[in-house]
Ligand binder design. Structure first.
Ligand code: GLA
Length: 409
């Protein structure tokens, strides 16, 4: 009897714990727009309102791009009560008024701070004011915090402690706020970010607007450098916690200050931008665009609004693709989707056009009978045995496989 009671009580407490631990935000990878590369220190109330309008007018909001994140340089300082206030010239109406405007458009507002006294850009950070700042953010109606790690100690224990302090403070506000951890993957945040309250964590240095750079470790990494760094991290991603390979440079065409390294990188081809977007979707990565949505090329809009790709990113199962083949200039990604389906991405890493042929059974070890939908070629393939085609340099093909019939066990 006593034992039965004990077991029941333990089950209930475990269940309560489980229910409490269930994240209420970021059940799928967050999608939105971030101010960093385009505006940097010019970010302002006026520009953000224009971006909010453009997200709605362009159809981006409806496609799921929900969060507008004010990155570095919005802060003016701390007032006599130690409360953060925004730069008075660029944000004359205060952040609450901006949040109200963004909310009135059906969107959500994100903000940025740092786990040290100064941010990367050298304005006031949140260290030692975590609770006060979390309360201020919640009072303003903030829905997302990107928390950077410039000017903070190098070691993992300090990073965890500082991130958890802000994570607890955010949770204590009782406002659902997505918590984005940004220490650039240097201290393996995939191992501890969830425990610190994080919903996404950067895995790499800042993304630059180029396909491949030979200087990754100097923070000059391009799309391919970043992609290579995601291998093996798939086991850490899932609903409520995502690996974040950084912002989408798709459509920037060298216009970002930081992403171009002040003009050093002139941008990528449309094909390369489409590949970045497609692979980010395969990786269940947060989809945070950086481009000027007020003036979007039709071709770029077609990439960012591709419903089938977005559905792969936002798939409810929350799986991140794994690289299942990487040879002779070809990379193959496999992502398990809900409803007994797979998404496969075949990427031509080579610098010239080439043909591919991957036998599902023998080379990709995918058994059974499958129908395939090839997204970019708009092809429907029945009972397919091999995935074949031709791809230009740095292009990719995305196939969604659904079972013809299940294998008999
Ligand atoms: C770091 C981050 C970037 C951006 C800048 C702002 O470099 O990694 O994403 O937030 O700081 O200064």
């Amino acid at each position: 009897m006593i034992l039965k009671k004990l077991v029941t009580t333990t089950c209930i407490s475990l269940f309560t714990l489980f229910v409490k631990a269930q994240p209420t935000v970021a059940l799928t990878p967050p999608m939105g727009w971030n101010s960093w590369n385009l505006f940097e220190e010019e970010v302002s109330d006026k520009l953000i309102r224009e971006i909010a309008d453009a997200l709605v007018a362009s159809g981006m909001a409806q496609a799921g791009y929900q969060y507008i994140v004010l990155d570095d340089f919005w802060v003016g300082g701390r007032n006599a009560n130690n409360e953060l206030f925004p730069d008075p010239v660029r944000f004359p109406n205060g952040i609450k008024s901006l949040a109200d405007y963004v909310h009135s458009k059906g969107l959500k507002l994100g903000i940025y701070s740092d786990a040290a006294s100064l941010t990367c850009g050298g304005v006031t950070g949140s260290y030692n004011f975590e609770e006060r700042d979390a309360t201020t953010f919640a009072n303003w109606g903030i829905d997302y915090l990107k928390y950077d790690y410039c000017n903070a100690p190098d070691d993992m224990v300090t990073a965890f402690t500082r991130y958890k302090k802000m994570g607890d403070a955010l949770r204590n506000t009782n406002r659902p706020i997505v918590y984005s951890i940004c220490e650039w993957g240097q201290r393996k945040p995939w191992l501890w970010a969830r425990a610190a309250g994080g919903h996404l964590w950067r895995t790499t240095w800042d993304m630059r607007d180029t396909w491949l750079s030979d200087k990754y470790d100097n923070g000059h990494n391009g799309i391919m450098n970043t992609i290579e760094k995601q291998k093996g991290l798939e086991k850490f991603a899932g609903p409520g916690g995502w690996n974040d390979p950084d912002l989408l440079v798709t459509g920037l065409f060298g216009k970002g200050k930081s992403s171009s390294l002040n003009g050093r990188f002139t941008g990528c081809s449309l094909t390369e931008y489409r590949s970045q977007f497609a692979i980010w979707c395969m990786l269940a990565a947060p989809l945070m665009v950086n481009l000027d949505v007020r003036n979007m090329d039709k071709e770029v809009a077609a990439i960012l609004l591709n419903k089938e790709l977005i559905a792969i990113d936002q798939d409810a199962a929350g799986n991140q693709a794994a690289v299942i083949a990487d040879e002779n200039g070809w990379q193959v990604y496999k992502k398990e989707l809900s409803g007994d389906r797979y998404a496969l991405c075949i990427l031509n890493k080579q610098s010239s056009t080439a043909s591919f042929s991957f036998d599902l059974n023998d080379s990709l070890k995918i058994h059974g009978q499958w129908n395939a939908r090839e997204i970019f070629g708009n092809r429907q393939l029945h009972a397919v045995k091999a995935l074949t085609g031709e791809l230009n340099a740095h292009d990719c093909a995305i196939f969604v496989l659904s079972q013809v019939k299940k294998l008999k066990k």
